[in-house]
Design a protein around this ligand. Structure first.
Ligand code: BGP
Length: 485
């Protein structure tokens, strides 16, 4: 007998800035993603001072989903998607973030996109802030370093809840809010909170911005519950299991602290309070984090309805001789910055062409980790394989490596549900159609079931064509995961 839920939300996930394009159309303002240049495999993206002529900004066009969304959503419908996760570009609704009135053209765009989803029987799952804050909030406020952004975010969220009430049942507040606890800190502080100037003590400022974002998230959760009691609103955590390198208790303690430092955000989202270990750390470090009693109360009202997380890879953690208190943890994104400090290579795992460790069983570990810790429904809102694809003479694309990756992860996910009893709402793989990579700005780092004819240099017809994995995933959904071959 199978315990896999019949109403499971199979689908795919993207983010507005990585596929929409139309960066200056429909009254849209400039977002922080619009001032990020293309990087490359191992080459970080640069942040320019405004939009500079002659630079290559891959997000400006994305894959022009802005003009292709009906066609693309129809392809998702053909695969049998039950859910489509995307984000609302804040700059389509409030071009500068602090405008007096929302932009009707932007609101209407998402109205029609969500209608197109429902016409295909697809439930939209929507993130409010996915690395695409208004650039104006970065330059004029220094993003979430400034507490005024809390209310600006809440206002944006309220406008969305009121407008899309009944159309959107699943919301998320901040995408991968916890990435900023890893290096490179400046890049992440900008992506997650539009913090442009990281000042003299970036770590302290990162914690302040994080607290402000968590307050903004809590206010949005409360607003969502008031405005649409039928909706569910979750958080979104970038989860990489942090395994202890050996059974040496020192490695185990190091791992425990690494979990604290990387995942305390989830404690706040799911329990409504900042964990004591974080206060102790700030005290030890001499950080002066501004959090009033009133704000502490705000956090209590912001408990999420489910935990959304992304899963791509795992890491191994080893204790350091110079870290006797086990309170140090630093990590980077492989390929983007040297992963030094207390991360060590995991000899049991292979890595992708971008150096990301491949660990399907880690997904079962992740699901258990969340479920036993927070006792809340969970949703896998990102999981996928970035790879170089080859188009054959006849136009076909055999991406069996992507199928292998997804098959093993889905198998682990199903074990977590069937054997471990995890309450899992859905699985939206990343990304059903080729889009611009968030970390590197490449087009040739492809995740899709649907190929898009566009390369790193921005050349191509933007034509869409199904890869082998398209037909495989269609069958997976049709059989509710029973046929993974
Ligand atoms: C997550 C982000 C996505 C995304 C994905 C894959 O961190 O939420 O926006 O793009 O990772 O990463 P990349 O595009 O860098 O390969």
């Amino acid at each position: 007998m199978t315990h896999f839920p019949k109403d499971f939300l199979w689908g795919g996930a993207v983010a507005a800035h990585q596929l929409e394009g139309g960066w200056d159309q429909g009254g849209k303002g400039i977002s922080i993603a619009d001032v990020m240049t293309a990087g490359g495999n191992g080459i970080p993206r640069r942040i320019t001072d405004g939009v500079v002529e002659g630079e290559n900004y891959p997000n400006h066009e994305g894959i022009d989903f802005y003009h292709h969304y009906r066609e693309d959503i129809a392809l998702f419908g053909e695969m049998g998607f039950k859910a489509f996760r995307t984000s609302i570009a804040w700059t389509r609704i409030f071009p500068n973030g602090d405008d007096a009135e929302p932009n009707e053209e932007g609101l209407a765009f998402y109205d029609d996109m969500f209608d197109a989803c429902h016409e295909q029987g697809i439930e939209p799952v929507v993130t409010l802030q996915h690395f695409e804050m208004p650039y104006h909030l970065a330059t004029e406020y220094n993003g979430f370093a400034d507490k005024r952004c809390i209310d600006l975010f809440e206002r944006f969220a309220r406008v969305c809840f009121e407008r899309y009430k009944g159309k959107v049942k699943y919301w998320m507040t901040f995408n991968e809010i916890n990435n900023q606890s890893a290096a490179p800190i400046a890049h992440h502080m900008l992506q997650e909170g539009a913090v442009l100037n990281i000042g003299d003590n970036p770590e302290e400022l990162m914690y302040q911005a994080s607290v402000n974002e968590l307050l903004a998230s809590a206010k949005a959760v409360k607003a969502c519950h008031e405005i649409d009691p039928d909706a569910q609103i979750g958080c979104m955590i970038a989860f990489c299991p942090l395994y202890a390198h050996t059974c040496d208790p020192k490695d185990q303690l190091e791992k425990t602290w690494a979990d604290h430092k990387r995942y305390w955000y989830c404690d706040v989202h799911a329990k409504g309070r900042i964990p004591e270990y974080m206060f102790r750390y700030w005290e030890r470090m001499g950080f002066d984090i501004d959090l009033s009693d009133e704000e502490t109360e705000v956090l209590k009202d912001g408990i999420v309805d489910y935990i959304g997380f992304s899963y791509y890879m795992s890491f191994a953690v080893a204790a350091r001789e110079d870290n006797p208190d086990y309170n140090f943890y630093e990590a980077g994104i492989p390929g983007l910055e040297s992963v030094a400090n207390d991360l060590v290579p995991n000899e049991f795992l292979k890595v992708s062409d971008w150096g990301w460790p491949i660990d399907p069983l880690g997904l079962r570990y992740a699901l258990n980790w969340f479920y036993e810790r927070y006792d809340q429904p969970v949703m896998i809102v990102e999981n996928g394989f970035g790879a170089y694809d080859k188009v054959e003479e006849d136009g076909s694309i055999d991406d069996s490596y992507r199928i292998d990756y997804l098959r093993e992860h889905i198998r682990a996910m199903m074990d977590a549900v069937e054997k471990d009893g995890v309450n899992l709402l859905g699985y939206t793989m990343w990304a059903p159609i080729d889009i611009v990579s968030a970390s590197s700005g490449e087009m040739d780092k492809r995740y899709g079931f649907v190929y898009v004819d566009k390369n790193n240099a921005g050349e191509g017809t933007l034509a869409r064509s199904p890869k082998k994995s398209f037909f495989w995933y269609k069958k997976v959904i049709e059989t509710n995961g029973a046929d993974l071959d």
